[in-house]
Design a protein around this ligand. Structure first.
Ligand code: GLN
Length: 565
C-alpha cells in the first residue's frame, strides 16, 4: 500500500481537499485503485453535531456516517464509496483509546499521547486504507491521507507525530508527502517567506515534503519557484504551482502537466506496482472523459439561473454537495450555471419592514429565477421565507426542487394554500405542538442525544403503483426502487397523506413499508419535486444526480426533450 499524505502550511482553506482529490484521480487514471482518509483534529466524534456555518456542510455516507465535507470531494473525484472510518477525528481516537484503557488493554501502563494515541492513529490509518472502496472489491493500491488544519497547530500535533513515525512503519518507499502552501502577492510581488517558514516547521517536526504545492492567485514566476526550491531544500521539479483557475475541474490537468504522478512515482517506486490491464484501460477512458468534460465547461455560453433559498448562505461551503450536483447537471445540460443566493429570512414579511432593500433584492432574485431550490436545514429560522418561495414556484410554474427540509416546506405550503389548512406546521418549527402537524418527529429518533441519532444513510425508496408519469421516475430510468442517502429527524405526518394525495400532491416514492414519504411530485407542473433524502450526496461529475439533473434541465427548458430521448 502506498500512502500519500497531504498536509497544509500557512493557512487552511486554500484547497488542500481539491489537491488531494485531484492527485487521487490522477492515480486512478493510471489504473491504480485509490482510497482516501481525512484526518480532522477536532474533539467532536464526527461532524454531525456541528452547525454548517461552523465547518461547512455535513456530508453523509452510505453507512450513515456524518463526516467532513472533504469526503464528499473524494467520493466525487474518485467515484468511490467510503465509510465513516475514513474520517478520523481526535474525538474518535481518544474515545477508542479510553475505551481500551477501561477494558484493561493497557494494564500496568501509563496511557500517553505518545505512544498510545500515536499508535492508535497509525493502526487506524493502516486498517482503514485496506477497506475496498469500489466495485472491484479489492484492496486499494494507494491511499490519500489528508491532514486537516495546518501543521504546527496544537490540535494536529499528535497526528503529525503519528505520521512522522508512520513513514518508518510502512517504509519510506511507501510514503510520500505533499505540502500545500500559500504564496501571497503583496504589492505585485510574489512572497515566498510564508512557504519557507511552513516547510521549515514541517521539517522541524520530522516530515520532509516530496512536493510543495503552491497555491496562489496567479501563475508563479520562474524566479519565485527557484527561490522556493532553494530555500525549502527541494528540487525545482518538486515545486508545483496551483494558481486560481476558471474551474476546479481543471486542477487535475494542471497537476498532470507538472508531472505530479511521475514525481510521486520516483519516491514510491511505482514501477514495482503494475496495475491490471483492465484497470489501466478504464483509467485511460476516465481521463479522456474528464478532459472532454473540462473542455466542454469552457465552451458553455447559454445560461441558467438558479436561486438557492437557504439559511446558511453566508458560508457557501454549507451547501457544497448541492452546488456540485447543480454543476454536474449544468455540465450535462451544457448550460452556464449561475447560482443566486437568497437568505430565506429576507423573503419574510418582517423583512419588508425591517430590511426593505434586502427584501426587494431577495424577491427580485426569486421572481427572475429559472429554477428555485430549497435545500436541507434545521430549525425554524427562515422557514416562512422558504414557504413563500415554494408558493411562488408552484403558482408560477417555475421548476422547484426541495431537499429534505425543502420537501417538508413544500408540503406545508400545499396544505396551507391549496387545502386551506392555514395553520399547517411542522413540529420542528414551533415551540408548542401545532394544531395541524403536517410534519412530525419520527418515533425511533432520540430526543436526548443529537449525535448520530437521525435517520441516516443509504435507504431504499419505492416508486408507487401508477407513477409511470413521474418525471423523476423516468429520469431514474423507470426503475421501481432507488437507493439514496438520508439525514433527518422529522417526516411527513402519515395521518395527512391521504388528504394531501386527494388534493393532488402525489407521493410517488415511499419507503419499503409505504409509511415514510420519500418523493413528492406535482403533475401539472414543469418540475415540482421534493425528496426527503439528499440526492446530492451521490452526484458524480460524470453521473449527475437525477433529481438535480431533472431540475436543471427543466430550468433550462430542455427536460421534455431529454425525457423523450
Ligand atoms: N430538519 C428537518 C428534519 O430533521 C430536515 C432535515 C434536513 O433538511 N436535512 O427532518
Amino acid at each position: 500500500m502506498k500512502f500519500v499524505v497531504v498536509s497544509g502550511g500557512v493557512i487552511s482553506g486554500i484547497g488542500k481537499g481539491v489537491i488531494a482529490s485531484s492527485t487521487g484521480l490522477l492515480f486512478k487514471t493510471r489504473g491504480y485503485k485509490v482510497s482516501a482518509i481525512k484526518i480532522d483534529p477536532y474533539m467532536n466524534i464526527d461532524a454531525g453535531t456541528m452547525s454548517p456555518l461552523e465547518h461547512g456542510e455535513v456530508f453523509v455516507l452510505d453507512d450513515g456516517g456524518e463526516v467532513d465535507l472533504d469526503l464528499g470531494n473524494y467520493e466525487r473525484y474518485l467515484d468511490v464509496t467510503l465509510t465513516r472510518e475514513n474520517n478520523i477525528t481526535t474525538g474518535k481516537i481518544y474515545s477508542h483509546v479510553i475505551e481500551r484503557e477501561r477494558k484493561g488493554d493497557y494494564l500496568g501502563k501509563t496511557v500517553q499521547v505518545v505512544p498510545h494515541i500515536t499508535n492508535a492513529i497509525q493502526d487506524w490509518i493502516e486498517r482503514v486504507a485496506k477497506i475496498p472502496v469500489d466495485d472491484s472489491d479489492e484492496e486499494p493500491d494507494v491511499c490519500i491521507v489528508e491532514l486537516g488544519g495546518t501543521v504546527g497547530d496544537i490540535e494536529s500535533a499528535p497526528f503529525v507525530e503519528a505520521l512522522r513515525q508512520f513513514q518508518f512503519r510502512v517504509g519510506s518507499e511507501n510514503f510520500a508527502l505533499i505540502h500545500v502552501s500559500l504564496v501571497p502577492v503583496v504589492n505585485g510581488e510574489q512572497k515566498t517567506k510564508p512557504t519557507q517558514v511552513a516547510v521549515r516547521d514541517l521539517r522541524g517536526l520530522g516530515l520532509t515534503p516530496d512536493i510543495v504545492a503552491c497555491r496562489c492567485t496567479q501563475k508563479l514566476e520562474a524566479s519565485t519557484c527557484e527561490k522556493i526550491s532553494m530555500f525549502c531544500h527541494v528540487g525545482p521539479d518538486q515545486v508545483l504551482v496551483v494558481h486560481d483557475l476558471s474551474s476546479i475541474y481543471h486542477v487535475p490537468l494542471l497537476l498532470d502537466q507538472q508531472k505530479i504522478i511521475q514525481q510521486l512515482s520516483k519516491k514510491l517506486h511505482l514501477e514495482n506496482l503494475t496495475p491490471k490491464e483492465s484497470f489501466v484501460s478504464k483509467g485511460t477512458a476516465l481521463w479522456n472523459d474528464w478532459k472532454l468534460l473540462t473542455s466542454t465547461h469552457d465552451r458553455m455560453f447559454e445560461g441558467v439561473n438558479i436561486v438557492l433559498v437557504g439559511k446558511y448562505t453566508h458560508l457557501k461551503d454549507s451547501y457544497i454537495s448541492v452546488i456540485k450536483a447543480l454543476e454536474h447537471s449544468a455540465l450535462r445540460c451544457q448550460r452556464k450555471l449561475t447560482i443566486n443566493w437568497v437568505e430565506a429570512t429576507d423573503l419574510e414579511v418582517d423583512a419588508s419592514e425591517t430590511n426593505r432593500v434586502n427584501f426587494h433584492k431577495a424577491w427580485h432574485n426569486v421572481c427572475s429565477a429559472d429554477g428555485i431550490l430549497v435545500p436541507g436545514g434545521f430549525g425554524s429560522r427562515g422557514t416562512e421565507g422558504m414557504v413563500a418561495a415554494a408558493k411562488w414556484a408552484r403558482e408560477n410554474k417555475v421548476p422547484y426542487l426541495g431537499i429534505c427540509l425543502g420537501l417538508q416546506i413544500a408540503v406545508i405550503e400545499y396544505a396551507r394554500n391549496v387545502m386551506g389548512i392555514t395553520d399547517a406546521q411542522s413540529e420542528e418549527l414551533v415551540p408548542e405542538p401545532p394544531a395541524n402537524p403536517l410534519v412530525v418527529f419520527m418515533p425511533e429518533v432520540s430526543k436526548t442525544h443529537l449525535g448520530g441519532t437521525m435517520r441516516l444513510g443509504l435507504r431504499p425508496t419505492k416508486f408507487q403503483a401508477n407513477t409511470e408519469w413521474s418525471k423523476l421516475r423516468q429520469l431514474y430510468g423507470g426503475v421501481d426502487t432507488v437507493h439514496e442517502r438520508h439525514r433527518h429527524r422529522y417526516e411527513i405526518n402519515p395521518k395527512y397523506v391521504l388528504e394531501l394525495e386527494k388534493a393532488g400532491l402525489d407521493f410517488v416514492g415511499k419507503d419499503e413499508r409505504g409509511e415514510r414519504m420519500e418523493i413528492l411530485e406535482l403533475k401539472n407542473h414543469p418540475y415540482f419535486v421534493g425528496t426527503q433524502y439528499h440526492p446530492e450526496y451521490l452526484s458524480r461529475v460524470l453521473e449527475p444526480s437525477k433529481p438535480y439533473l431533472g431540475f436543471l434541465a427543466a430550468s433550462s427548458g430542455i427536460l421534455d426533450a431529454m425525457l423523450k430521448k
